[in-house]
Ligand binder design. Structure first.
Ligand SMILES: *[C@@H]1O[C@H](CO)[C@@H](O)[C@H](O)[C@H]1NC(C)=O
Length: 272
């Protein structure tokens, strides 16, 4: 498994190539078939259509008579009874330029990884740091570090995921460190340094009794070895119905932030 950000980005272009291949294949397939007799195809289509309708009717009847079927994954809908909540969907909006940003200087934050510090690595423009999220129908209050540190007193925040989660975890810590006078009061509990492969990092803000943790778990579920009689090319499995074993450590968290998305791609998941 690769935690390297550049490698992770590569998979997107591979995914696109894969889609293009699938599309061009289906294109060819349709062309070959169109050369054959049209009326015969229509007849066959009608027969197939009738058969599928029959099958569908049977299935519907079955589940109507025996309503035992339950979806494997249950989903819960949060009903937005509060009018304010319904009007303010913070996920619906856009990024807008804001000259008052950035909120911290990455070069001065001990928890910002050097590999992700664009300025230190030679980037000259600064515009990329000056963006803020603007929801469509409401305002997010400006980040007020003292107010947030006060609200997070005694809490435990847990980030779970890949290197993207790790950098979000770093940003959160750097944002909050802006409000801490003595930076020595913020430290990794095991004295560990940030690395790509590390499974756990926990940063403690001692003056606020606040923990901000990161767990590396790219699929969130349990990885496992190949089943006994699996084909040779199968090297490992993911158990979709079992959370990562580390999940027991997340139980008492106050905020749990997951990210896994771009590991579920052909190159990342299925090639493995
Ligand atoms: C950020 O910190 C570095 C190192 O202290 C400093 O050289 C740089 O000028 C700072 N950048 C800004 C925009 O303040």
């Amino acid at each position: 498994m690769l935690g390297n950000f550049e490698v992770e980005q590569c998979s997107f272009s591979k995914l696109r190539q894969f889609h293009e291949r699938v599309l061009s294949f289906s294109d060819r397939f349709v062309k070959i078939h169109c050369k054959h007799c049209v009326s015969e195809s229509i007849g066959a289509l009608i027969v197939i259509g009738l058969f599928l309708s029959f099958l569908l009717a049977m299935v519907c009847t079955y589940f109507h008579v025996f309503p035992i079927y339950q979806p494997a994954v249950r989903t819960y809908t949060v009903h937005e009874s509060d009018d304010l909540v319904a009007k303010c969907n913070v996920f619906y909006g856009k990024w807008i330029p804001d000259e008052s940003y950035p909120l911290y200087n990455a070069s001065q934050c001990p928890f910002a990884e050097r590999g992700f510090d664009c300025v230190v690595n030679g980037r000259r423009d600064r515009g990329y740091q000056k963006w803020r999220w603007q929801p469509k129908n409401c305002e997010i209050p400006r980040f007020n570090v003292q107010e947030i540190l006060g609200k997070l007193h005694g809490k435990r925040i847990v980030f779970v995921g890949d290197s993207l989660s790790r950098t979000q975890w770093e940003s959160m810590i750097c944002l909050l460190m802006q409000g801490v006078q003595d930076k020595r009061n913020v430290y990794e509990i095991n004295g560990n340094k940030i690395t790509k492969r590390i499974r756990f990092l926990g940063v403690y803000f001692s003056s606020y009794n606040l923990r901000i943790d990161f767990y590396r778990s790219v699929f969130l579920v349990q990885p496992g070895s190949a089943p006994r009689h699996a084909p040779k090319r199968v090297k490992s499995t993911v158990k979709l119905d079992k959370l990562d074993d580390m999940s027991k450590e997340w139980i008492d968290s106050d905020f749990l932030i997951f990210n896994s998305g771009h590991w579920w791609t052909p190159t990342k998941l299925f090639d493995m």
